[in-house]
Design a protein around this ligand. Sequence first.
Ligand SMILES: Cc1ncc(COP(=O)(O)O)c(C=O)c1O
Length: 488
Amino acid sequence: MDLRSDEVSLDPADWAGLRRLGHQMVDDMMGWLEGVRDRPVWQPIPGNVKARLEAPVPMQAAGAEAAYRDFIETVLPHSMGNVHPRFWGWVIGAGLPLGALAEMLAATMNPNCGGGDHIAGYVEAQVLDWCRTLVGFPAGASGILVSGGSMANLVGLAVGRNQNGGEDIRRHGVPTGGSRPVFYASEEAHSSIQKAVELLGVGTDGLRLIPVDQNFEIDLAALRQAIAADRAAGQRPCCLVGGAGAVKTGAIDDLTALADIAQAEGLWYHVDGAFGALAALSPALRPRLAGMERADSLAFDLHKWMSIPFEAGCVLVKDREAHRRTFAVNPDYLTHAERGLAAGPHWMDDYGVQLSRNFRALKIWLCFKALGLETFTRVIEQNVAQTRYLADLVEQADDLELLAPVPLNIAVFRFRAAGVDDARLNRLNAELLMRLQESGVAVPSNATIRGRFGIRVAHVNHRTRREDFDLLVSEVKRLGGVLLAEGW
Ligand SMILES: Cc1ncc(COP(=O)(O)O)c(C=O)c1O
């Protein structure tokens, strides 16, 4: 049936043409990924390219082919670079070619995953159940896929706050003054924990950042003292956050001891395992995460160590009813029906902040099936072994030094030279990192460890080979020599 002359649709007038363009896009994108190793990791964006992105709103149609050409010329060449084998900045996954294709499938179906009785809810439930078994949570736990670790931490801590932070918080809000809820985490906890505590109305006055020991793990005695001091002052210890992989160093807190403390003190126990939780896939690494399975809520990402394309975070909560009680609001226009499309058990908006949600479960479901968890496990073990290889290279070099232990997949190191003090080394290494990134050879990021500026490699990259770390080390040594000679 044709459109009437006074009707408009956003579908293509020429389906065959768009189909051809779609094939072209797939060819181009797979080629772009296949050839990634031959390009610089990252390069500064030229001014004229930035200027192109200040163009006025396009009121007239340019057509899909022209818009795509613009993408190829303006957008694609200036990407972040995290698909490259020598990208190790922050904690950023490299993505999966099949994941990119899965995004197209999800966007084509384009369901709203807020709720209702359609297949997306069942796919998400299966993915959550798989995740649950991977990290050792019991059957019956609830969960939700979210944008990432930050949102996963917010959701987990919201449940903890509502369970433990005061009387009927949804109605009365967070108690203030003497009976304010208090949250505990180590000073190495990720900034998203602070953000969550602020957003939850507790405020940073209600967040105790506990010192760490020489391994950057939370100091248990200091934690016990802080809880006791708060109780003595009449405050309300509420939530304890354990770290399964600290963002700067990869340190893993003593999660069993934290579980014991949380249990003894009646605290909600949340574990931030943004990347580290998935080390549980490996039988060899799993023992280091002992105690994680005792958490009340656990946050982790699939877009980090599982390489699923952004965004893919997950939070699991043991007490399904507490989880639902924190978020569920059921107005008449969102009635959960007995029959029809509004039926079904998967009203996900009851378990998180969002109502409208994309079908992020599909890319996980598809990639897990296609690649198999054994393959993901091998990558995780490979990344840990490669990080150890890098650490060994650093330790063997007189002009390099590690700034922190390397327990997992993060190494922080710096260039050094005899007789050069920390202040100068900090300036030199900061400049070295900039030159390294701008050269396009490699992208680590930075972390300052006990006042020392370090080059930080956080390794979740399935494309990296050992030779990439050989190149990194030789470039850092070469640049360090150049900078010394320049008088930095
Ligand atoms: C330990 C930890 N927690 C939370 C986050 C935040 O995760 P996201 O960036 O997915 O929001 C990160 C990010 O690197 C992290 O390393």
